[in-house]
Structures are given as structure tokens and as C-alpha cells.
Design a protein around this ligand. Structure first.
Ligand SMILES: C[S@@+](CC[C@H](N)C(=O)[O-])C[C@H]1O[C@@H](n2cnc3c(N)ncnc32)[C@H](O)[C@@H]1O
Length: 394
């Protein structure tokens, strides 16, 4: 008899019940996410696409409130083994769905299947939808009803069913209503800060800041502001939601916020319109008074002396933004590093040739940004101002 292994969960269950959670992140950021989540959840483990966590309801709340790198947090409802659609429907019906619908919900189902006899994801979604109806979950098409988003992942005829606890994706922090073109995802920016070894005790400069995502995320991190504070989450619509427990976490987060940065965060861009967008984003994020924003070309920029500083940016790559003098732009970063004692340089770009135009390259972490393969290159000081044209990069 194939097994059904549901995570026990209901509205009346003690909040100490152990839950199987999964924090999803962008490919390549799993180890950064694990480093971020370990202080929040002791029992965490890296897997492809994210981090598995064992914890209770408080852990689930805390992950949503504090994770800067996760795009959503899933709660595993159970795993069923199925070789036929009717079997999938029957076993899915037996899982404990009542914990996720206080009233009628809009249902969304996302299914994948690998190495399964049942491979038609449309038919899998349909059977899961029918199973939720069989289980008594009231479903509506009313756009104002809470969304219940169910994820089905089939592997070797085992189907793992999870519900999304986050709702709106976690990278949508709410401050970036406009961008200046080719922006970084709000979850990629803290990962870059982590990979580049940024600490709040260091001066930070993004000399090609665009919408100021890196500078804003660095300020939120340095001021110890919880990224999820003030936004709603899907778990708040579940019958077992404990408002007092959630409020306690929010109050603790607010009490732990710092009122000022330990070291300056500078952001500049040569485009005045883009800088205005950066200013408005920083204002919405509540960090404008903490940032030093300037409209300057990188060639004109002069950084304050710093015991320890980091220049971190993603310049135009020449793929998503049209830029005739791309190599000159990268050389400008090398020159900035040469005239800024105490600073290191890390550049997110598509090719080593572009990064090399700034200086000798050291470590590289390969990631994905907006569908492109990009590397975060640490770049050393160029021996002298470069003059030759890099044909491979121009
Ligand atoms: C890829 S965008 C940066 C996106 C940004 N990280 C974000 O999240 O929105 C590159 C930015 O570099 C700026 N830029 C290009 N050349 C520059 C230069 N020579 N000096 C200063 N800024 C420059 C552009 O105006 C553009 O806003």
C-alpha cells in the first residue's frame, strides 16, 4: 500500500507543532539563503532551489518577516504516491486542507512532474483542484477572496503538495514602484552584498546606482529593518493564524531597529532622471535620510576616505542597455578604485572581459539576473590607468 505522509496541521493544533517549510530562492542563491536563515531556524538544510527548514508557526512567521533572499516560504502539506489520476485525487483529498481556508478562497495550482507516470501538469492541477473541493475547501472566483496557492511537485511518482505562506512574492518590498532600466531584484541585492563581504561597519558606494536597489537594501540591512514589516502575508488568512504571536515578532523587530548607520552609504548615477527615481524609492523605503545620493558620472566621483570600504555595482552590460562606450565605463570604475584608498571593488557583469577593463579580476560567483548569466567579480586595483581598447568587450 503506497504511503501518505501528511504534515499534521489544523486550526486547533498547538502552535508548537513541527512543520516542514521550504524557502524558495533564485538559482545560485541557495547557499546565501542558508547562511541567512541559519540564525532564524536551527534545523535548515540546503536543497536545489532553496532551503528546507523544520520549525513551528513562529519559525514560519519569522522567515517571512526577516528573509531578504527568499522569494516565498512554502509549507509542505504532505506527499502522496500516485500512478493514476484517481489515486492522486483520492490521496490528495485525505491531506489536512482545512488549515488553509477560513472562508472561500481563490485557488491557484502550480504543478511540475519529473520521472512520473503522470506527466500532464494540466491534468495533475485539475485533479488536485477537484481533491480540494472533495476535502471541503470552499472555492470562489471572487477577486477579493484570499488566494490559496498550492504547489505540486512530482518526482518518481511521489507528489509533494505545499501551500504558499507568503502571498505577494517576498522580493516585492513595496518601495520600488519605478526603476531606471535593468534593475536588480530586491532579493538579489542583499545576496550580492553578502557575496561581496559587505558589513555595516564598511562604507558602501554604488557609483552606477540606477533605482538604488543595492543602496536601499544595504541601508535596510544595516539599520536592522525587517524587510517584511508592514506588508500582508497569505498565512494571515489561515484559520490558525495567531495575531498576538505575529504582533510580538513585529514589535521585537521594531524595537531592534537602529536609528542611524554605522558608516555612510553613497549612491550615484550620471542620469538625473534615474537619480530622481532612486530618491523616490529610498523615500518610500524610509531610508532617504540615511543615503548620500549624487548625480555624478563615475569619472567625477570622489569618495571619502574610509578605513574599510566597498564599491559595488552592476554597470550596463551592453545587452539590456544600449551603451556605446561600455569599456570606458568599466575603466572609470578601475580609476575610482585607484583613487579611493581603503576601498575594494566588486562588479556584477556578464563577461570577465568587461570586468577586466576595470582591473585584474579575482574571485567570481556566477548567478542569474533577469534571465542572463552574470558573474560577481572581485576586481583588484589596476596597475595604471588603462588606455588600450578591449576589442572583445567593445
Ligand atoms: C544596470 S543599471 C543599474 C541598475 C541598478 N543596480 C538597479 O537596481 O536599479 C546601470 C546604471 O549605470 C548608470 N551609468 C552608466 N554609465 C555611467 C557612468 N559613466 N557614470 C555613472 N553612472 C553610469 C546608468 O545611468 C544606469 O542607471
Amino acid at each position: 500500500m503506497p504511503s501518505i505522509t501528511p504534515v499534521t496541521w489544523s486550526a486547533s493544533l498547538p502552535s508548537s507543532t513541527q512543520l516542514e517549510l521550504f524557502a524558495v530562492t533564485a538559482p545560485g542563491l541557495e547557499s546565501c539563503l542558508l547562511a541567512e536563515l541559519q540564525p532564524l531556524a536551527e534545523r535548515s538544510r540546503l536543497v536545489a532551489g532553496g532551503v528546507e527548514i523544520h520549525g513551528d508557526l513562529t519559525t514560519l512567521y519569522r522567515l517571512n518577516l526577516w528573509s531578504r533572499l527568499a522569494t516565498r516560504v512554502l509549507l509542505r502539506v504532505g506527499t502522496v504516491h500516485a500512478l493514476h489520476f484517481e489515486e492522486l485525487r483520492r490521496k490528495t483529498t485525505a491531506l489536512p486542507w482545512s488549515g488553509f481556508a477560513r472562508s472561500a478562497v481563490r485557488l491557484r495550482i502550480s504543478a511540475t512532474a519529473h520521472h512520473c507516470r503522470l506527466i500532464h501538469t494540466g491534468a495533475i492541477s485539475e485533479r488536485v483542484s477537484l481533491a480540494l473541493g472533495d476535502a471541503g475547501v470552499p472555492v470562489t472566483t471572487d477577486e477579493s477572496a484570499p488566494l490559496l496557492h498550492v504547489f505540486v511537485r512530482g518526482d518518481q511518482d511521489h507528489f509533494t503538495l505545499s501551500v504558499d505562506s507568503s502571498g505577494e512574492l517576498l522580493h516585492r518590498r513595496g518601495y520600488r514602484l519605478q526603476d531606471g532600466g535593468a534593475p536588480l531584484r530586491e532579493t538579489l541585492a542583499p545576496a550580492l552584498l553578502h557575496l561581496a563581504g559587505y558589513l555595516p561597519s564598511q562604507t558602501l558606494c554604488d557609483p552606477m546606482c540606477g533605482a538604488a536597489t543595492l543602496a536601499i537594501e544595504a541601508a535596510l540591512l544595516s539599520l536592522r529593518r525587517a524587510p517584511g514589516i508592514g506588508r500582508p502575508f497569505a498565512f494571515q488568512d489561515w484559520p490558525g493564524f495567531e495575531p498576538s504571536r505575529w504582533q510580538q515578532l513585529v514589535d521585537e523587530a521594531r524595537a531592534g531597529e537602529l536609528s542611524q548607520l554605522a558608516q555612510p552609504i553613497l549612491a550615484s548615477d550620471r542620469d538625473p532622471q534615474v537619480l530622481e527615481i532612486a530618491r523616490r524609492n529610498a523615500e518610500r523605503a524610509g531610508v532617504l535620510p540615511h543615503l548620500q545620493l549624487h548625480c555624478l558620472d563615475v569619472h567625477q566621483l570622489k569618495l571619502p576616505s574610509a578605513a574599510e570600504g566597498l564599491i559595488l555595482c552592476n554597470p550596463p552590460y551592453g545587452k539590456r542597455l544600449r551603451q556605446p562606450r561600455l569599456v570606458e565605463t568599466y575603466r572609470g570604475l578601475g580609476s575610482l578604485l585607484r583613487r579611493s584608498p581603503g576601498f575594494r571593488l566588486a562588479i556584477l557583469t556578464t563577461t570577465p572581459q568587461l570586468a577586466q577593463a576595470a582591473g585584474p579580476i579575482g574571485n567570481v560567483h556566477w548567478l542569474r539576473n533577469g534571465g542572463l548569466r552574470v558573474g560577481l567579480f572581485s576586481v583588484g586595483k589596476p596597475q595604471r590607468e588603462a588606455t588600450a581598447t578591449l576589442s572583445s568587450a567593445s
